[in-house]
Design a binder for this molecule. Structure first.
Ligand code: SAH
Length: 251
């Protein structure tokens, strides 16, 4: 008997960001799996089991949810933002790829959500209005020299860059090293946006120039966007700057 596994994006913050599709999937699930703070965002529902786990246990969480679904249940795994962006959807696919044949019969539904970079970009204007890329600064799942090569390639190719996982207590120096690296490719005035806890009550968004961007402004709840050489910050009296990347570029 094979069940159904939905991998659901909750969006960046409070319930306003949850899509109606995600809300329907959550309401119809027999059991919810996820990182404890994400589950805590959702109201308890009678008869619905909850399995909270630690942030680092993604493959174990995916496997437990797949086992549960393989028994015929409707199971949901929740992720912050979008489940396909540095999150559970890839972990579920990896687990199926190397797991028992029975898991391939489970109906898998990935439900998209608003990813952090889009929420942060929207808070300041349109810094991702032209070509851009997303890089996780975490070196837990890839070596640091690969991160550096990707930063060099992206900045020199003219992409604006969204940096996920810019810093944590265990990774205190990586963002400073990334800024040093990017200063070799980009003008000192390039806008850098720090978006912390966007979509939540304690949201804080600030804009700095790359020359004096302070890595201490970022923690694990922060997403950092570094503009391309073409990205502009429009100063406004009494209002925060409007940051945008023009829609056209020259060779
Ligand atoms: N799946 C998530 C990303 C998970 S990686 C998504 O699509 O948004 C975790 C990183 O996402 C954090 O370190 C931070 O860089 C970013 N992030 C998640 N929620 C955020 C929020 N509300 N505000 C700012 N950054 C956020």
């Amino acid at each position: 008997m094979s069940g159904r596994l939905a991998v659901i994006g909750l969006g960046p913050g409070d319930a306003r960001f949850l899509t109606p599709e995600a809300a329907d999937e959550i309401a119809g699930a027999d059991a919810l799996y996820g990182y404890a703070p994400y589950l805590a965002r959702l109201p308890e529902q009678a008869g619905q089991a909850r399995h909270a786990s630690d942030n680092r246990e993604e493959i174990a969480r995916a496997s437990a949810a797949l086992d549960h679904a393989a028994g015929g249940a409707r199971v949901a795994i929740v992720s912050g933002g979008d489940p396909g962006v540095f999150a559970m959807a890839a972990a579920v696919c990896e687990a199926i790829d190397s797991g028992p044949a029975a898991w391939r019969e489970i109906e898998i539904r990935v439900v998209p959500g608003i990813t952090a970079m889009l929420a942060v970009a929207a808070a300041v204007g349109a810094p991702l209005g032209h070509d851009f890329c997303a890089i996780s600064l975490s070196d837990n799942l890839k070596p640091w020299d690969l991160v550096e090569r990707r930063l060099d390639a992206a900045a020199s190719a003219g992409f604006a860059i969204a940096l996920y996982n810019p810093a944590s207590k265990a990774r205190p120096w990586q963002l400073g090293a990334a800024f040093d690296r990017l200063r070799q490719h980009l003008p000192p005035a390039t806008p850098v946006i720090f978006g912390r806890a966007v979509g939540r009550a304690d949201e804080r968004v600030t804009v700095a120039a790359l020359a004096d961007a302070d890595p201490a402004h970022a923690d694990m709840a922060t997403l950092v966007i570094i503009g391309s050489a073409a990205t502009r910050a429009i100063a406004r009296r009494g209002l925060p700057p409007l940051v945008y990347s023009p829609r056209s570029a020259r060779a």
